[in-house]
Design a binder for this molecule. Structure first.
Ligand SMILES: C[S@@+](CC[C@H](N)C(=O)[O-])C[C@H]1O[C@@H](n2cnc3c(N)ncnc32)[C@H](O)[C@@H]1O
Length: 220
């Protein structure tokens, strides 16, 4: 899977303003629920976090995890993540590509990623998951959280490509516009994506977000 350079530069430019999305008033009840779940789910585990961005969720993980190893492709985002006081203890940040995790030791007892799944091309989802699971110890608990599409609240989908990936045109504070792949999987698609790779699969849709939780299979 090759790195999507337009998406990478979009998030580099957006790093400073990224966390505004976590301030939307109507989303606070859901976000509280997600923070509680993430903190509880990873208590005492050694977590690998994929695409940590500015470290919003890293900070939540660090409240209860034994350790967090958080990767992102963008130094701009990692610099913000590293500057957060809550992220200094028990957290290691490293610049790395989510599609090339084979250099990581297979030692993590938990795997987490927030708002990354939706950016993965559908055709590359399976190989991403296999690479991710390869870095986890057998039976590791995995959680993904991401956006549900909410009419009137989500940025509208601008187009769908031949593989069924959907895109949004997004505007940054400097007025620049960027087309970003953003998929909104159904519950059935989430179950299908991890079929054969996971056990104890649970999918939950809140008003604005979805949660996928499972135990990674030792042989997958
Ligand atoms: C929607 S943001 C999510 C950030 C953070 N997880 C959060 O929920 O606040 C997506 C992140 O993916 C990162 N990213 C894009 N391509 C990547 C890749 N190939 N490997 C690792 N991170 C990548 C971007 O730099 C960006 O920080």
């Amino acid at each position: 899977m090759s790195i999507d350079s337009s998406m990478v530069s979009y998030y580099a430019e957006r790093a400073a303003e990224y966390e505004r999305i976590y301030r939307k008033p109507e989303r606070q009840a859901d976000l509280r629920q997600l923070r509680n779940l993430v903190e509880t789910e990873f208590s005492g585990t050694d977590v690998l976090e994929i695409a940590c961005g500015t470290g919003y969720w890293t900070k939540v993980l660090a409240r209860s995890a034994a350790s967090v190893f958080a990767i992102d492709i963008n130094e701009e985002a990692l610099a913000i993540a590293r500057s957060k006081p809550g992220n200094r203890q028990r957290v290691t940040f490293q610049r790395a590509d989510a599609y090339a995790l084979s250099m990581l030791p297979r030692r993590f007892t938990g795997g987490f990623s927030g708002f990354w799944w939706s950016h993965i091309p559908k055709a590359g989802l399976r190989s991403f998951l296999q690479g991710f699971h390869h870095a986890l110890s057998s039976g590791a608990g995995v959680t993904f959280i991401d956006n549900a599409y909410v009419e009137g609240s989500s940025t509208p989908v601008s187009r769908t490509d031949e593989q069924g990936n959907t895109y949004q045109v997004r505007k940054l504070a400097d007025g620049s516009t960027h087309e970003v792949r953003k998929n909104f999987p159904t519950k059935a698609e989430l179950f299908a994506a991890v079929d054969g790779l996971a056990t104890d699969v649970k999918v939950e849709f809140l008003q604005y977000y979805w949660i996928l939780r499972y135990v990674s299979r030792m042989d997958a």
